[in-house]
Design a protein around this ligand. Structure first.
Ligand code: MET
Ligand SMILES: [Zn+2]
Length: 778
């Protein structure tokens, strides 16, 4: 008898995953205390075990079945992709010494691979699909060891079972794992990590068997990569890999668990055929971003379709009637069964609204965080007759939200409606260059920074004291001004050409603006994991956006009063403000972006009037929201670029508009970057050793550009010689006329000692390179 005939049914209601960091960031604190040497591995493991216990009993208390694989087991100390790599022993060569005789890596070694150590670079970090979560990129080569070694998930399963909860272990699926990997250094040309599919599948088969032997009826394999068609690997090869991987993993066998393959973040599209044919027992589809398959899928009659109808990626209360309709449509596909779940893991949203006593009650009634979403899934599984109160509450929100004050502000709407094409265009670039050259008087290869300077303990203390009311507004402003003065003096001493104020007053580059704009709310405890132990607290953009008063002018004007050097004003762009907030779901994102843009446009006008001649509008998240399907990308780039232009095109010719982007997939969005029409663009480049230069050259990008020469993600100080080399390379592709000199990104996470040494080397290297150009050095 094969396993898939005797397995239990897939649970009627579940979630794809749950926040892992702890309701009060317990895991973050425990991990950081371990890193600091304050606690040992045993203490960290004990905290992690307590947290897992809390999560599973909490989810069971909320109503998920305790014994039927309803409760996902998705704990991670740092990152789920790193966990998958280590479960199959895929450790890059430079970390081989961390591997024990049995092929495993202990906790200290795990964090070393995640964070690097001395000259050993960590695994590269990059964005997880279109979210603000960052995963670690595995490095796979022809000789990378791949075999099942890591039993952590098995032990966690047993731990839960012993405590009376039969969980559903969650793993990154093998195809997604390899698509997210990069070829290890030294791999031959033409090698693709996917070439190692059979080895990875063999290791996964053993891991699955171990989980089944421990008593797991179901295992969840996350395959979000199948929803994207932007991989280097052709679509047909991805489909063939799915068929091959799941043909093996889901082959009839009495020693494997039933398999649930989840495909969050977008529409699954055609790979559903390969999955359905492979013999997997359940397939999860994202019905928030995607839709039910609209063609016949052979084999679907043997599969449970798990409808992801509760948005795991945003915080709005679900329209339960609409969700129920989507589930009904999914019924029409002809699967053996349809069950209810979230569209993605809930780790993108905060734990619970119960921790937000001060949130406006009306707004709160429109929201659902992770715990509330569990309730929604259960209500949908019960249906309107089984959960009449939940459906009634959802209808109530639907009817009152649109007419609540602040959701639609006539003055904002009228201003948007009155925009004309001219509002999206500045004067021609050449005219701007002439006007700017006339007023700015900058040397060739001007040096600057990206905005923030190190956030010292004193700054943080002052901000916290101000928040608690222990510092008056005036006292707080005094402290910030003192810090700005210090940063200005430092920059003058270092000899930087364009100065910044250092952003001491900003807790976060998005939240700072969210707190000053109408239409936003901020949470007290709404933490979500960004990477590793790092969490952010996204703001909630719930209503029409407008700017009651200038937001940055006072700080920038004060800065300018301290120096005769040009000062660069600093704003966060509309796309990044949207990407790093929870954004209203009741109108197109482009409309919301334009509202934010108009507020920024007014801010730029005020900065200009205050004498600030250079203004940087940061858009580090431009690449992040890029849709996972090529067909959807152009529309996104159109509205995102337009919103930036709306924000900046009110600037007069003589005002130099800068933008900053930190991810180096420059080539992918180069046309959009060009479309921003900024006078100067700074981008991350040092970390990738100027990999972007050929892209810049090829694209014919013709405006000012500052490829970063200092990797600010590491405490390492780049030497003068190193910076000179990077600059010479950049000079070769960009030319002296357009090249700017700057770090990869802001300096707020760095310490002062290394920052000062690095900037000193950067200025010295710039002078060396300028001297070689035969132009004056100071
Ligand atoms: C993530 S991009 C950061 C830009 C910001 N101006 C800073 O310097 O911190
Ligand atoms: Zn940056």
């Amino acid at each position: 008898m094969t396993q898939h005939l005797s397995q239990p049914e897939f649970p009627a209601a579940t979630v794809l995953g749950y926040p892992r960091i702890g309701p009060h960031r317990e895991l973050k604190k425990a991990v950081e205390s371990f890193w600091a040497g304050r606690t040992d591995a045993h203490a960290l493991e004990a905290t992690a075990s307590d947290l897992r216990a809390r999560t599973r009993s909490h989810l069971a208390a909320l109503g998920l079945g305790a014994d039927d694989a309803s409760v996902p087991l998705d704990f991670s100390y740092y990152d789920q992709v790193l966990d998958a790599a280590l479960a199959i022993g895929a450790v890059p060569e430079r970390f081989t010494d961390l591997v024990g005789d049995d092929g495993t890596v202990d906790l200290a070694g795990y964090f070393t691979i995640a964070r690097g150590e001395g000259d050993r670079a960590p695994l590269e970090m990059t964005k997880w699909f279109d979210s603000n979560y960052h995963y670690l990129v595995p490095e796979i080569g022809p000789a990378t060891p791949i075999r099942f070694v890591g039993r952590r998930r098995v032990q966690e399963f047993t731990e839960a079972l012993n405590a009376g909860v039969r969980t559903r272990p969650v793993l990154v699926g093998p195809v997604t794992f390899l698509l997210l990997s990069k070829a290890a250094d030294g791999a031959p040309a033409g090698f693709s990590p996917l070439d190692r599919l059979d080895d990875v599948v063999a290791a996964y088969a053993e891991l699955l068997a171990a989980l089944a032997a421990a008593g797991a009826p179901w295992v969840q394999l996350d395959e979000p990569a199948l929803t994207s068609d932007t991989w280097d690997v052709p679509r047909d090869e991805v489909k063939a890999a799915v068929a091959r991987a799941y043909g093996t993993l889901a082959a009839p066998s009495s020693s494997r668990p039933a398999l649930f393959v989840a495909t969050p973040y977008a529409r699954l599209g055609c790979a559903i055929r390969e999955l359905a044919a492979s013999g997997v027992e359940a397939i999860g589809v994202d019905l928030v971003r995607g839709s039910a398959p609209d063609e016949d899928v052979a084999g679907i009659e043997n599969v449970t379709l798990v409808g992801g109808v509760v948005d795991g990626h945003n915080i709005w209360r679900t329209d339960l009637d609409a969700a129920a309709e989507k589930l009904a449509a999914l019924e029409g596909v002809g699967a053996a069964r349809v069950t209810t779940s979230t569209s993605t893991s809930l780790f993108h949203v905060p734990h619970t609204l119960d921790d937000e006593p001060n949130l406006d009650p009306t707004l709160k009634s429109w929201l659902a965080f992770a715990d509330e979403k569990v309730g929604e899934v259960l209500a949908l599984a019960a249906g309107p007759d089984g959960a009449p109160e939940a459906f009634a509450a959802s209808r109530e929100v639907r009817s009152t939200r649109p007419t609540t004050a602040g959701v639609r502000r006539p003055e904002v709407r009228e201003r948007l409606a009155a925009l004309t094409e001219a509002d999206f265009h500045r004067a021609a670039y050449d005219a701007r260059v002439a006007a700017q050259d006339a007023v700015l008087d900058l040397p060739p290869l001007p040096t600057t920074t990206i905005g923030s300077f190190p956030q010292t303990a004193e700054i943080r203390r002052a901000r916290a004291a101000h928040r608690r009311g222990e510092l008056t507004d005036a006292q707080y402003a005094e402290e910030m001004r003192a810090e700005i003065a210090r940063v200005v003096t430092l920059q003058e001493e270092l000899g930087l050409d364009v100065l910044v104020h250092g952003e001491p007053e900003r807790n976060d580059m998005v939240q700072y603006f969210a707190e000053l704009l109408d239409g936003f709310a901020v949470t007290e405890n709404g933490w979500v994991q960004s990477y590793g132990s790092r969490c952010t607290r996204p703001s909630i953009l719930w209503g029409d956006v407008s700017r009651p008063a200038p937001m940055t002018v006072e700080w920038s004007a004060y800065t300018a009063s301290l120096t005769s050097a040009p000062v660069k004003g600093m704003l966060t762009g509309p796309v990044t403000i949207l990407a790093w907030s929870f954004v209203r779901d009741d109108q197109p994102l482009g409309d919301t972006a334009n509202q934010v843009a108009l507020a920024l446009r007014d801010e730029i006008a005020d900065l200009q009037a205050a004498g600030i001649g250079i203004i940087q509008v940061d858009e580090p998240a431009l690449r992040e929201l890029l849709p996972l399907r090529r067909a959807d990308q152009q529309a996104y780039l159109d509205w995102s670029v337009r919103s930036f232009r709306l924000a900046t095109s009110g600037a007069v010719e003589a005002t130099q508009v800068h933008t900053h982007l930190c991810y180096s997939e420059f080539g992918e969005v180069i046309e959009a970057i060009d479309g921003l029409d900024a006078d100067v663009t700074s981008i991350e480049a040092a970390r990738s050793r100027m990999e972007i230069l050929p892209d810049i050259e090829r694209s014919g990008f013709a405006r000012g550009i500052g490829p970063g020469v200092y990797d600010i993600h590491s405490p390492r100080v780049p030497s003068q010689a190193e910076v000179t080399e990077l600059l010479s390379a950049a000079l070769g592709s960009v030319g002296a006329r357009r090249l700017w000199v700057n770090p990869d990104c802001g300096l707020k996470t760095r310490g002062y000692a290394e920052t000062v040494d690095s900037l000193r080397n950067i200025v010295a290297a710039t002078r060396e390179v300028r001297a070689g150009l035969g132009v004056p050095t100071a």
